[in-house]
Design a protein around this ligand. Structure first.
Ligand SMILES: NC(=O)c1ccc[n+]([C@@H]2O[C@H](COP(=O)([O-])OP(=O)(O)OC[C@H]3O[C@@H](n4cnc5c(N)ncnc54)[C@H](OP(=O)(O)O)[C@@H]3O)[C@@H](O)[C@H]2O)c1
Length: 330
């Protein structure tokens, strides 16, 4: 069995480690403040002291937009595979740029192996639509629990500022939260945000013309208020400044939902995953599955592992069902 290291022990890092323990693994938890081992993911010497050939690393150390790819580059040097939970488009773009060196070193990199790439990718595969033209992702996080420093940082950066989305077969800029779209199977509406899907899904499915991400912050008046103030630069700036200090545990909700809609010509397939409690497991299970497979000896082709190959869709859906996530397919 290969050694599994979880980097970062915030909300998602702790969940990943706990889930690996449930599955019979004993992950090594590495953090800047010292858990099983002290590790700053941006410190070359510390990375080289901790990482070893054949390690399987799950990187949860967000916010990823503030990180460099140093951990992935050291992992490539030493021969360790890396799975990350990044939401960031720029981060995933930087990981894609390491594909050639990772292939040469026979190392595997799984960018955004969470909701936005792995679960969305599993839905595209499970739709049976071989040449998808449009994919929409929808997220209403269990904000009362998941509004950590890193996730609020990622989300607040989308309010009213220029963000990137994949439209008309290319990355274009729009202003975050100034456009909205209804969720496929609920009364929610999401505002447009940036995400890793915009560079990863078109790489996996070159037929895509559009891949976009819509978020309902899932707190009282959250999305309508954000959409209104996103148009007003002064208020949008205030919202970005205030977001990190809003007591999400008081104003947020505990239920949550993630959905993916896949379209091509006359065909539409929609997948909705939801739970009254614990919907954040949707983002954790793909990384745990990928790590388990690698640790037990799976040898997928080296290089960047795209969302069409990160996890088996039916196995993912069964595992999500097993941790209390209801799945609606339409
Ligand atoms: N793609 C998706 O679908 C998806 C879903 C869920 C979460 N995410 C992302 O996952 C990330 C983690 O979320 P979270 O809620 O767990 O955040 P969090 O609670 O703020 O935790 C982040 C953790 O990363 C650690 N960290 C940051 N920089 C580090 C570094 N250089 N070296 C070592 N550790 C470092 C922090 O350690 P310190 O305590 O030392 O600061 C903290 O423990 C976020 O970026 C979030 O957006 C993505």
């Amino acid at each position: 069995m290969r050694r599994v290291i979880v980097v970062g022990a915030g909300f998602f890092g702790r969940l990943v480690a706990a889930r690996l323990r449930d599955r019979g693994f004993t992950p090594l938890v590495a953090t800047r403040r010292g858990a099983d081992v002290r590790l700053d993911a941006e410190d070359d010497a510390e990375l080289r002291a901790v990482l070893e050939r054949d390690d399987v690393v799950i990187d949860t150390a967000g916010p990823f937009a503030d990180r460099t790819t140093r951990l992935a580059r050291v992992a490539i040097d030493v021969g360790a595979d890396v799975i990350d939970l990044a939401e960031s488009l720029a981060w995933s773009d930087a990981i894609l740029a390491l594909d050639t060196v990772a292939r040469a070193a026979r190392v595997r990199l799984y960018p955004a192996c969470s909701a936005v790439a792995a679960v969305a990718g599993a839905c595209v595969t499970a739709s049976g639509i071989a040449a998808p033209e449009e994919v929409d992702l929808f997220l209403a996080p269990a904000s009362a629990q998941t509004a950590s420093g890193a996730t609020v940082h990622a989300f607040a950066g989308s309010i009213g500022l220029a963000i990137k989305t994949f439209r008309d077969r290319r990355i274009v800029q729009v202003r975050g939260f100034t456009e909205s779209r209804p969720f496929p199977a609920s009364v929610r509406t999401g505002g447009i945000v940036e995400g890793a899907h915009a560079v990863l899904l078109p790489r996996a499915w070159p037929s895509l013309r559009r891949a976009e991400f819509w978020v309902d912050p899932n707190m009282a008046l959250g999305r309508p208020v954000l959409s209104a103030i996103a148009e007003l630069p002064l208020l949008a700036g205030i919202a970005r400044g205030v977001a990190p200090i809003v007591p999400a545990r008081l104003v947020g909700r505990r239920d949550g939902e993630f959905a993916t809609v896949v379209r091509a010509a006359e065909r539409v397939a929609a997948f909705t995953f939801r739970a009254a409690r614990g919907s954040y497991r949707i983002a954790v299970e793909p990384a745990v599955m990928a790590a388990e497979a690698l640790a037990r000896g799976a040898m997928p082709p080296p290089g960047v592992v795209l969302p069409n190959a990160q996890v088996d869709p039916e196995e993912l859906f069964a595992r999500l069902g097993g941790v209390g996530i209801a799945i609606v397919r339409a």
